[in-house]
Design a protein around this ligand. Structure first.
Ligand code: C2E
Ligand code: MG
Ligand code: MG
Ligand code: MG
Length: 278
C-alpha cells in the first residue's frame, strides 16, 4: 500500500504541487487584478543604428511591479496567454507604446521607431488588426515608425493564416520583424514569402562573438541573408565592445543590448536619444 511504501514521499510531492498551484492561482488572480487596474509599466530599450552611430528606435518591454520587485515578462506572459488576459494586456501595450513614443518625439524633435512584441495568441486574435489601427490613430504615430515583433513559432502552425495576418498588418503601414531569429523553425522558403522587414538575430548567437567559430559563421550568414532579401538585421543581446566591433565590421545594421543601453523607463530616453553612442 502507498501509505507504508513511500507514502511520505508521495505526500511531500503532493504538498509541493499544492504549493505550486496555490502560487500559480495567486499569480493568476494578481495578474487579473493588475490587468483590470492598469498596474503595468513599459520599459524601453534603445536600438543603435550602426551606420549613423545614433539611436534610432527602441523596443517596448513590459514590466509588472509586484511587491518589492518587477515580475519578468518571461514569468507572466505565458500565464497571460493561457488565461487569455494577453488580449487586453497586449492591447494596452500597443496603445501605450505608441502614445509614449509620440510623447518622446515632443522632447527630442523627431519620431523614433518603436518595436512592440506580440505574443502567439495575440497574433492569432482576429481583433488584432483593429487594435493596431486604433493604437495608430489615437496616438497619431506615423505607421511606418511601428515595428511589430513576432517569432517563427507563432507563424509555423498555420503559415497561410499567418501570412494573411502579416499582410493585413503591413497594409496598415506598420513594419514586421522576426524576433529571436534562428531559434525557431527557420524555413528559408517561408522566409521568402513572409512580408517582414527585419530579422532580429537571437542573442544566443551573439554571446560567443567574436571568437566562437559557429556563432561567427551563423552571424555572418544571417547578415548576408538579410542583405540578399533586403531585410534589416538587428543583433540582440550585445554586451561587449568586442561583439560590437565584430558586428560593425560585418555591416550589421542595428544593435541592441546592455552595452548600448539597458531597458529603462521612458524618462531615461530623451538623454539617450539626444546623444551619440560613444
Ligand atoms: P525579447 O523580445 O527577445 O526581448 C529581449 C530580452 O532580452 C528582454 O528581456 C531584454 O531585457 C533582454 N536583453 C536585452 N539586452 C540584453 C543583453 O545585452 N543581455 C541580456 N542577457 N539580456 C538582454 P525581458 O524584458 O525580460 O523580456 C523577455 C521576453 O518577454 C521578450 O523577449 C519578449 O519575448 C517578452 N516580452 C517582453 N515584453 C513583452 C510585451 O509587451 N508583450 C509580449 N507579448 N511579450 C513581451
Ligand atoms: Mg522582442
Ligand atoms: Mg528577442
Ligand atoms: Mg527573446
Amino acid at each position: 500500500q502507498a501509505k507504508s511504501q513511500g507514502g511520505g514521499e508521495f505526500r511531500f510531492f503532493s504538498d509541493s504541487m499544492n504549493k505550486n498551484s496555490a502560487a500559480r492561482a495567486r499569480l493568476e488572480s494578481d495578474l487579473r487584478r493588475a490587468v483590470a487596474g492598469d498596474a503595468f509599466t513599459l520599459y524601453y530599450q534603445p536600438k543603435l543604428d550602426l551606420k549613423t552611430n545614433r539611436f534610432s528606435s527602441m523596443e517596448a518591454l513590459i514590466r509588472w511591479p509586484r511587491g518589492d520587485g518587477m515580475v519578468s515578462p518571461a514569468d507572466f506572459i505565458p500565464l497571460a496567454e493561457e488565461t487569455n488576459l494577453i488580449v487586453p494586456l497586449g492591447a494596452w501595450v500597443l496603445r501605450r507604446a505608441c502614445r509614449d513614443t509620440m510623447a518622446l518625439s515632443e522632447r527630442i524633435g523627431w519620431v523614433p521607431g518603436i518595436a512592440i512584441n506580440l505574443s502567439a495568441r495575440q497574433f492569432r486574435q482576429p481583433g488584432l488588426i483593429d487594435v493596431v489601427r486604433i493604437a495608430l490613430e489615437e496616438s497619431g504615430i506615423p505607421p511606418e515608425k511601428v515595428e511589430l515583433e513576432i517569432t517563427e513559432g507563432m507563424v509555423m502552425d498555420d503559415v497561410e493564416a499567418a501570412i494573411d495576418t502579416m499582410q493585413a498588418l503591413r497594409d496598415l503601414g506598420v513594419q514586421l520583424a522576426i524576433d529571436d531569429f534562428g531559434t525557431g523553425y527557420s524555413s528559408l522558403s517561408y522566409l521568402k514569402r513572409f512580408p517582414v522587414n527585419t530579422l532580429k538575430l537571437d542573442r544566443a548567437f551573439i554571446r560567443d562573438l567574436p571568437h566562437g567559430v559557429e556563432d561567427t559563421a551563423i552571424t555572418e550568414a544571417v547578415i548576408a541573408l538579410a542583405k540578399a532579401l533586403k531585410l534589416h538585421v538587428v543583433a540582440e543581446g550585445v554586451e561587449t565592445r568586442d561583439q560590437l566591433t565584430f558586428l560593425g565590421t560585418r555591416h550589421c545594421g542595428y544593435v541592441q543590448g546592455f552595452l548600448l543601453a539597458r531597458p529603462g523607463p521612458l524618462e531615461n530616453m530623451p538623454a539617450i536619444f539626444l546623444n551619440d553612442f560613444v
